[in-house]
Design a binder for this molecule. Structure first.
Ligand code: DX5
Ligand code: ZN
Length: 220
C-alpha cells in the first residue's frame, strides 16, 4: 500500500492546524515538513519551534526533510522537537554514515535525500544504516515546480539497490495524480505532494485522488 505524505510547505502557514486536520481526516499517512536554511537551498522555512507545535497538533508521524547545511549539528534538536523520520541530503553530509547513525541513536528513523543530479550509487555503503530514501524529483528549495521525468529511472535503480531491506522509497517534487501509478510501479512507497494537495480546493479530496491514482500500478 502506497503512503501519502502531504507537504505542508504549500499550506497556509497561518492555518497549519486546519491543514493538518484536513489531511489527517482524509487518511494521509505521514506529514512531510520541509526545513530550509537559505544556504543549502535558496529559501528559508521553519525550524524546531514550529516542529514542536506541529508535534502537539498532529497525530501522524512527522517526516522531516532537512534541506540544510551541516545537518549533523541539528539532529538531536529536530528529534527532540518531534521528528519521527529525519531525512538529510547526501550532498550536505560528508560523513553520511555517521550522520545516519546519529539519527537512529537519537531515536528517529533515518532518511537520505538525493537531489536530481546525485547518482544513487552514493547509497551503496549506507544501505543498512537507513530507513528511507527520498528521491527528489525537482531541485530542492521550492514547492510547485515541474516533475523531472528521469526520476522514474532513478527510483527503479534505488529500489534495486535496497533489495529486500525494509526501506521506504519516497518521491518528492512536482508529484501529481498523473505520475502516481508509474511511480508506484517503479518502486516508490511514499508519495510526497505539496501543491497537488494544498493547492487544491479540497485538500482531503486531493489526498484520496492521489492514493487511488497510485493504486493502478503501471510498468515504469
Ligand atoms: C521541495 C520540497 C517539497 C515540496 C513539494 O524542495 O522538498 O517537499 O514541498 O512540493 P510540490 O509537491 O508542490 O512540488
Ligand atoms: Zn520535501
Amino acid at each position: 500500500m502506497i503512503k501519502i505524505a502531504p507537504s505542508i510547505l504549500s499550506a497556509d502557514f497561518a492555518a497549519l492546524g486546519d491543514a493538518i486536520a484536513r489531511v489527517e481526516a482524509a487518511g494521509a499517512d505521514l506529514l512531510h515538513v520541509d526545513v530550509m536554511d537559505g544556504h543549502f537551498v535558496p529559501n528559508l522555512t521553519i525550524g524546531p519551534p514550529v516542529i514542536e507545535s506541529l508535534r502537539k497538533r498532529a497525530r501522524l508521524p512527522l517526516d522531516v526533510h532537512l534541506m540544510i547545511e551541516e545537518p549533523e549539528r541539528w539532529v538531536e534538536t529536530y528529534v527532540r522537537a518531534g521528528a519521527d523520520l529525519l531525512t538529510v541530503h547526501a550532498e550536505a553530509c560528508p560523513h553520511l554514515q555517521r550522520c545516519l547513525s546519529q539519527i537512529r541513536e537519537a531515536g528517529a528513523r533515518a532518511g537520505v535525500a538525493l537531489s536530481p543530479g546525485t547518482p544513487p550509487g552514493i547509497l551503496d555503503y549506507v544501505l543498512d544504516d537507513l530507513d528511507l530514501v527520498l528521491v527528489m524529483s525537482v531541485n530542492p528549495g521550492f514547492g510547485g515546480q515541474a516533475f523531472i521525468p528521469s526520476s522514474y529511472a532513478k527510483i527503479r535503480q534505488v529500489r534495486t539497490l535496497t533489495g529486500r531491506r525494509a526501506v521506504e522509497l519516497s518521491v518528492d517534487g512536482g508529484v501529481k495524480p498523473e505520475h502516481a501509478a508509474r511511480l508506484a510501479g517503479a518502486g516508490a512507497s511514499v508519495l510526497v505532494a505539496g501543491s497537488a494537495i494544498f493547492g487544491a480546493a479540497d485538500p482531503g479530496q486531493a489526498v484520496r485522488e492521489l492514493r487511488s491514482a497510485a493504486e493502478v500500478v503501471k510498468l515504469a
